[in-house]
Design a protein around this ligand. Structure first.
Ligand code: KG4
Ligand code: ZN
Length: 340
């Protein structure tokens, strides 16, 4: 094998069709994303049927573009990594089938990747991440805390009992008529709002465990919006966004600090789409600085769904000898636990 690995990765678990080429640990030769945001915007959320069709339409061009951007041919590669799950089954199947086709025709090894591990592996694109570390995955589909004591080993120590944080951002934005994806809109409006204007609940903070809950907060927000039947004026809309965002960020931060204390971990990875949130990044950076915690939050482009993170996780698995056969299937529900 060459000194440096060359991995092509495919991601199609939700509403982004993505392909990337990664050389070695963190040299990104291509990072192509065909976003379906506009397609799903009018429905205020991802429509699985539409997602699946859009992936099918664009995957071939996205992969061709990635190989062209990287100036590599299939025969130059060491492996093809693909997101196997968790995610929307029809959407996942598009990436898995395409990757199988590539490997069948080229003889390249096929490496199956867990999407949650890929989100965490995004941190390794920034720099070395030694174990043990605590991983907070905050995305549209997941909100979970993992303790990783060895590379590739993740122990779930807390998770949401209802909505994911990103889902709460999206649903609340929909209630306020702010469009999809809601997190981005709320983040933008919150910048000029007063986070102390409304005291929304901080769910589960009094509970001794490390679980989260965001559905009560969402209901509180809905009640608040209904109280202003004529609609919130621009100033109150911004204040509402800032106050809601503050409640989510404070809840995530306090539970994470508790987890750091309980596990004794001195290193923290925060990843997933919600880790793009500017207030979250600021609050976590401040808290980590005060406590001497080594914090890694990937750059925003590697927090939302992308294929570079899949390549990063796939590379480690490839080097560990993980291979899939032509019978590889999509796994819509795939907990990230145990050794892979
Ligand atoms: O990781 P991701 O791209 O897809 C999943 O695996 O779910 O995360 C998407 C989620 C959406 O819910 C979106 O609203 C949220 O990430 N998000 C944000 C921000 N940017 C994206 N939430 C809060 N603030 C942001 N700036
Ligand atoms: Zn994701």
């Amino acid at each position: 094998m060459k000194n440096e690995t060359l991995i092509l990765a495919l991601e199609s678990s939700c509403d982004e069709t993505a392909a990337a080429v990664l050389r070695g640990e963190r040299t990104v030769l291509a990072d192509v994303i065909a976003s379906q945001v506009k397609l799903h915007a009018e429905y205020g959320g991802v429509v699985p049927e539409l997602a699946c069709r859009a992936h099918t339409e664009s995957i071939s061009a996205v992969v061709d573009r990635a190989l062209a951007d990287a100036s590599v041919k299939l025969t130059d590669l060491d492996a093809v990594a693909v997101t196997q799950g968790p995610g929307l089954v029809g959407a996942l199947l598009v990436g898995v089938s395409f990757a199988k086709g590539l490997c069948w025709s080229s003889g390249l090894p096929l490496v199956p990747v867990n999407h949650l591990e890929a989100h965490i592996a995004a941190a390794t694109l920034e720099r070395e991440v030694e174990t043990p570390f605590l991983g907070l995955v905050v995305s549209g589909g997941h909100t979970a805390l993992y303790l990783s004591e060895k590379p590739g080993n993740y122990r779930l120590i807390g998770q949401t009992v209802d909505d994911a944080a990103g889902e709460a951002f999206d649903k609340v934005a929909k209630i306020m008529g702010l469009g999809y994806p809601g997190g981005v809109a709320i983040d933008r409006l919150a910048k000029e709002g007063d986070p102390k204007r409304y005291a929304f609940p901080r769910p589960m903070l009094k509970k001794p465990n490390l679980d989260f809950s965001f559905s009560g907060l969402k209901t509180a927000l809905r009640t608040h919006v209904l109280k202003h039947l004529k609609g919130l004026d621009e100033v109150e809309l911004r204040n509402t966004c800032a106050s809601f965002q503050e409640a989510v960020v404070e809840t995530l931060l306090k539970k994470t600090l508790k987890a750091l204390e309980e596990t004794g971990a001195g290193r923290l990875v925060v990843c997933g789409g919600v880790a793009c949130n500017s207030r979250l990044r600021e609050a976590f950076t401040h808290a980590a600085g005060q406590r001497g915690i080594d914090l890694i939050i990937p750059r925003p482009g590697y927090c939302t769904d992308n294929a570079v993170m899949v390549a990063a996780a796939g590379r480690r698995l490839f080097l560990n000898g993980v291979r899939a056969g032509m019978d590889l299937n999509a796994v819509p529900t795939w907990p990230l636990e145990g050794l892979s």
